[in-house]
Design a protein around this ligand. Structure first.
Ligand code: E4P
Length: 241
């Protein structure tokens, strides 16, 4: 909120401070390599997230598919630990991180998960803290050095809550401390409206199921307008080439 008020009042220009953020980045929420390939040619993909459910759905070995995905994209690829205790999470995290330099180790927002986050981030490994459902949890993750915090909007909506209010709340909290270095990665996105609202709030990243990315291109008036242009052009008897 604070940064947005300063932006509105143009205090940034007055104080020669830049409050602008880069445009929201899009990660693909998938472990399906063929779906990812189709999306990569669009030039819209900035990274990938996976989770144990997506890896299981792919039917592939986690180490093999993670290595393949990490070789396909330049940006961060989140690979999630499956243990729940610190010692085993550390072993798994270090093994996942060794796959490629663009791996972000994903840990759950638990006491052991954040302990693992702190150790791995101190070692220079990117960490994505997942299963975040409150701003208080997001504060803890930032303090543990998380590169990304993943609040789940769709699962809150499923419970009759407004998941996007959580994103607003985390944005306000993080903006109150400009030196915090944790990116808000909106997860559990179910539709293009979720993406629009996340961008309105200033989320840093959204991780989108492939279907949502394809849906974002669509508008009935775009299709109709293009059909009309093509029909008129066919009657013009001309060619650009
Ligand atoms: C990604 O990081 C999350 O695991 C994923 O977005 C969860 O999505 P879901 O709630 O649709 O399973």
């Amino acid at each position: 909120m604070c940064a947005r008020i300063f932006q509105a009042l143009n205090f940034g220009a007055y104080l020669n401070i830049t409050f602008s953020r880069h445009q929201m980045r899009f990660f693909v929420d998938t472990a399906d390599v063929s779906e990812l390939e189709k999306l990569l040619v669009t030039g819209m993909v900035d990274g990938v997230t996976t989770n144990p459910s997506l890896i299981a759905k792919s039917g592939r070995n986690i180490l093999e598919v993670t290595k393949e995905i990490a070789s396909m994209v330049d940006g961060p690829v989140s690979a999630e630990v499956t243990a729940t205790d610190y010692d085993t999470m550390m072993l798994e995290g270090e093994k996942l991180a060794a796959i490629a330099s663009n791996i972000a180790v994903k840990v759950p927002l638990t006491v052991d998960g954040l302990r693992t986050c702190k150790t791995l981030s101190d070692q220079g490994t990117m960490v994505n803290v997942t299963l975040c459902f409150s701003a208080a949890q997001a504060l803890l993750a930032a303090k543990a050095g998380a590169t990304f915090i993943s609040p789940f909007v769709g699962r809150l909506d499923d419970m009759g809550m407004d998941g996007m209010e959580l994103i607003e709340s985390i944005r306000d909290v993080y903006d109150a401390y400009p030196t915090l270095n944790t990116d808000i990665l909106v997860a559990s996105i179910r539709n293009p409206r979720h993406v629009e609202r996340a961008a309105e709030v200033g989320a840093d990243v959204g991780t989108l199921p492939p279907r949502v990315i394809w849906d974002m291109y669509q508008h009935p008036l775009t299709s109709k307008g293009l059909d009309d242009f093509m029909a008129d052009w066919a009657g013009a008897g001309q060619s650009i080439l």
